[in-house]
Design a protein around this ligand. Structure first.
Ligand code: PBG
Length: 328
């Protein structure tokens, strides 16, 4: 035997010397759920450790997390039913919860990068990411709404808008609208390869944003989000979004889709973001609470695997607790 692969595994020092991937707090984007009110904090039962919080508590948490090394956040609004309609117009209300939240966070922690989600689902009476026309999610009228929303978020101070709606042509529509309004420095992180996934369940209950049950509208998001049986299609989606002007591209969900991440990594030079989604987080937490998995070790291993596959940044609800582990 000339080759003995175990030689370079024989102690911790040699293992650290040959380690290819390191997870750091620089990799994290923390998704946060914001709701109306003051000093309000509601637990999300399927996501232990994650809360819907009012603006004041959100700002406080952003400050604390920034001190831990978390420099980027992705924000979602829990919108009350009376503000929802089919146009999603509350999404570009200059005094809406999203806009107010962006301003308050930028005032308190100007260094933090804010990447608000762009999609109509939290604002839609139907729970769809676009406008419903003739019983379908209408692509082209939705583009205008997404462009309005993006400009409004840039005006409030967003650094990067993150369209997660999967309409065709929206990156170009958003880029043109931002440039037209002189927000040439506002970036676009596009959810380019976003699959129609059952792993989003806990997120939709957190925001009460699941498609409503009605015969008049599609029951799920399969006419716009990707079919999980496919991978070549992901390349098409990614290349289209890059050509339309996306600065960063997203693949989502995370762990069950690392084959997609590694394929895309071979093809594009732009940064890749990967989302460890609510259902992935819930699975780890449920098993850990039962004593079946080691919470800390599994979180670090799952996030490191995502980075090893090719992610430059990871959206994860576990960012604060993993930052504490990494800072130890
Ligand atoms: C909304 C959106 C979703 C997620 C992020 N943005 C849900 C969906 O598409 O239904 C899911 C995130 C998660 O599950 O953690 N467009």
């Amino acid at each position: 035997m000339f080759t003995r692969n175990r030689r370079l595994r024989s102690n911790a020092s040699i293992r650290s010397l040959i380690q290819e991937t390191q997870l750091t707090t620089n990799d994290f984007v923390l998704p946060m759920f914001v709701m109306e009110g003051d000093n309000k904090k509601e637990a999300i039962s399927s996501m232990p450790g994650v809360f819907r919080q009012s603006l004041d508590l959100t700002v406080q948490q952003v400050k604390e997390n920034y001190a831990l090394g978390i420099k980027a956040i992705n924000i979602y609004m829990k919108v009350s039913d009376n503000l929802k309609d089919n146009t999603g117009k509350e999404a570009w209300n200059p005094n809406g919860l999203m806009q107010t939240t962006i301003k308050a966070i930028k005032d308190a922690v100007p260094e933090v990068i804010i990447m608000p989600d762009v999609a109509l689902d939290p604002y839609s009476i139907y729970g769809h990411d676009g406008i419903i026309k003739n019983g379908k999610v209408d692509n082209d009228s939705t583009l205008e709404a997404l462009a309005n929303m993006s400009v409004s978020l840039a005006e409030a101070g967003a650094d990067i808008v993150a369209p997660s709606d999967m309409m065709d042509g929206r990156v170009l529509a958003i880029r043109e609208a931002l440039d037209e309004a002189n927000y040439t420095d506002c970036g676009i992180l596009s959810y380019a390869a976003k699959y129609a996934s059952a792993f989003y369940g806990p997120f939709r209950s957190a925001l009460d944003s699941a498609p409503v049950d009605s015969q008049d509208i599609p029951e799920d998001k399969k006419t716009y989000q990707m079919d999980f049986h496919n991978s070549r299609e992901a390349i098409t989606e990614v290349l289209d979004d890059v050509a339309e002007g996306a600065d960063i591209i997203m693949i989502k969900p995370g762990m069950p889709y690392l084959d997609i991440v590694s394929k895309v990594r071979e093809i594009i030079t732009q940064p890749i973001a990967v989302y460890q989604v609510s259902g992935e987080y819930a699975m780890i937490k449920a098993a850990a609470q039962n004593g079946w998995l080691d919470n800390d070790k599994v979180l670090i291993e799952s996030l490191t695997s995502i980075k090893r596959a090719g992610a430059d940044m990871i959206f994860t609800y576990a960012a604060p607790e993993v930052a504490k582990l990494l800072n130890k």
